[in-house]
Design a protein around this ligand. Structure first.
Ligand code: TXA
Ligand code: MG
Length: 342
């Protein structure tokens, strides 16, 4: 592992950037910031390089990896078919936190897509990621740069903590701004299907497409019920994590009281509840704004988890579609905690 600091607006003439691009072309691993998370990148068309991602993360072979490219034209080169829906969404949301799932091009190795017929592709909205992709001149497969099932990294230090022993060049370009994964949408057929809620909300997609976007769970037949990798244990903290209803300090207090006195609990709550809880737990206060909340969530979970609390109680977000992706991640984090307790 080697960590280098690099200006987020570094260009192709930056020696760190050109070295990272060369490393990618040669089949090595490079961790780099995107607007959502740090990605662990490898040459997407090089089977051996992609295998290094799976090995470094301890990632199960059935979980496909997103291919990152510099622009829509490069995206077309890794898919077999570019649909009208893909065109509309790419024009509107790229660069940005949106992954388009389309029939896979013949050049993409089976390991990138975990043996599926479709590939996920996106153009990240981060100047350093874009500069790296342009300099590398190859598509870059990149899952989040953490060990499989751990909380995704929003800073280079998180990457070092999580993947410390792996042979990776880490480009430290500062903290990520979105803090929730890209939305994954299958636009291969006539009816678009939302496989993973994320940085672009479903109603924004529907507004642009002018047709309803089905949730994966609503679709019968051969379409997977959710994106692979979304079904099992995921986004886990080490401490068990439980959700409490929104705006109910009594319920929060009841959950916190279940923890032992020796090992104090921790809580992630909104400001109104924090005032009511007082000294009942180690508390982190979260903003009542979904974008700001997303930006802070994973770093906050890491911070609480590092104190080895008896448990982490999280106040659920308020109702509203703008909180959908966050509700999804929090309920997965809670379910993962259940899994690991078993
Ligand atoms: O925001 C992001 O997308 C971040 C940054 C680094 O770009 N990456 C990310 O990668 O979240 P990862 O590996 O944590 O998530 C990949 C997920 C898979 O688990 C699956 O849910 C979906 O994206 N996915 C990828 N390729 C797919 C495919 N061919 N078909 C269906 N879903 C796919
Ligand atoms: Mg991930």
């Amino acid at each position: 592992m080697e960590l280098v600091h690099i200006r987020p607006d570094a260009g192709a003439d930056d020696p760190h950037l050109s070295r990272a691009a060369e490393r990618l072309r040669a089949g090595g691993l490079v961790a780099f910031p995107t607007e959502t998370f740090y990605g662990l990148g490898a040459h997407a068309l090089d089977e051996a390089a992609v295998a290094r991602i799976y090995a470094a993360k301890g990632r199960p072979a059935h979980n496909p990896v997103i291919v990152h490219v510099a622009d829509a034209q490069a995206a077309r080169s890794v898919v077999a078919e570019w649909t009208p829906h893909a065109e509309l969404l790419a024009r509107c949301f790229w660069p940005g936190p949106l992954t388009l799932v389309l029939p896979k091009g013949a050049c993409v190795p089976a390991s990138v897509v975990a043996g599926l017929e479709k590939v996920g592709v996106r153009v990240p909205a981060h100047p350093l990621a874009l500069a790296l992709l342009r300099a590398a001149r190859v598509p870059v497969a990149a899952p989040s740069a953490n060990r499989s099932n751990e909380v995704s990294p929003t800073t280079a230090m998180h990457v070092v903590e999580s993947l410390g022993s792996a042979d990776v060049l880490v480009l430290d370009g500062g903290a990520c701004s979105v803090g929730i994964e890209s939305t994954v949408i299958d636009v291969s057929g006539p009816g678009p299907v939302l496989l993973r809620p994320g940085g672009v909300a479903r109603d924004e997609l529907e507004r642009v497409l002018g047709v309803p976007v089905a949730r994966a769970s609503e679709v019968a037949g051969d379409t997977p019920r959710a994106a692979p990798g979304m079904l099992g244990k995921h986004y886990a903290t080490r401490a068990s994590l439980v959700l409490a209803p929104h705006g109910d300090a009594g319920a929060l207090r009841a959950r916190l009281s279940k923890a032992s006195a020796a090992q104090p609990p921790a809580a992630l709550v909104f400001e109104a509840s924090a005032r009511e809880l007082g000294e009942a737990a180690r508390i982190l206060v979260m903003p009542l704004d979904p974008r700001l909340y997303a930006r802070r969530l994973y770093a906050a979970l890491r911070e609480l988890d590092a104190r080895a609390p008896a448990l982490i109680v999280v106040e659920s977000p308020p109702p509203g579609v703008e909180w959908d992706a966050l509700r999804d991640r929090l309920s997965r984090a809670a379910a993962s905690a259940d899994d690991s307790a078993r």
